[in-house]
Design a protein around this ligand. Structure first.
Ligand code: ZN
Ligand code: ZN
Length: 171
């Protein structure tokens, strides 16, 4: 699954929300909040704030597929949620990621209900694990793609634990 870059209009909305969250926290706490670098990700996560502890640089990863379908949710919850991680780091240092400090930023500074996870529909981005059907002398075996590839390349064989026959691919 390749990472899809966001539409420019959407990126503008997301970035201005980031800036709004930054300014809000600066006004609330009276400290300077850095602007994170924005990058993109896939998967079932809405977003992720990554802090490089050595360089102290912050990177906000946005799930563009989910953001396309849930822009409203991103602007109201996902971006503040991730920005609250950055704010927490700046103010409290390296504390628990969804601990009371982060919750305090969410409710106190942003006026939002601190919720660890999002409830967006991830069916589109969830990786479906394909299984491959094999047979032995007694039953059907569902084999993962990694194992199936190894078997097809002749790198391994699998024996049934019950009938002790080598399983054969049936498609
Ligand atoms: Zn979080
Ligand atoms: Zn068997």
């Amino acid at each position: 699954m390749s990472v899809r870059p966001p539409r420019p209009e959407m990126l503008i909305q997301l970035v201005s929300k980031v800036m709004e969250c930054k300014t809000k926290a600066e006004d609330y706490y009276g400290v300077e909040i850095p602007v994170p670098k924005v990058s993109y990700m896939t998967g079932a996560c809405g977003g992720m704030m990554v802090t490089d502890l050595l360089s102290n640089e912050h990177e906000l990863r946005i799930n563009t597929v989910l953001a396309e379908d849930n822009l409203e949710e991103y602007l109201t919850n996902v971006i503040p949620h991730e920005m609250a991680h950055l704010v927490t780091h700046v103010i409290y240092g390296n504390v628990q990621s969804h601990g009371r400090e982060w919750k305090g930023v969410m409710s106190g500074c942003y006026g939002l209900r601190p919720s660890r996870t999002h409830n967006m529909d991830v069916s589109k981005v969830k990786r479906t694990t394909r299984k491959h059907r094999y047979m032995c002398g007694c039953r059907e075996h569902m084999i993962s793609t990694v194992m199936h590839n190894k078997i097809s390349r002749g790198q391994t064989t699998r024996m049934c634990r019950h009938c002790r026959m080598i399983i054969q691919y049936v498609g």
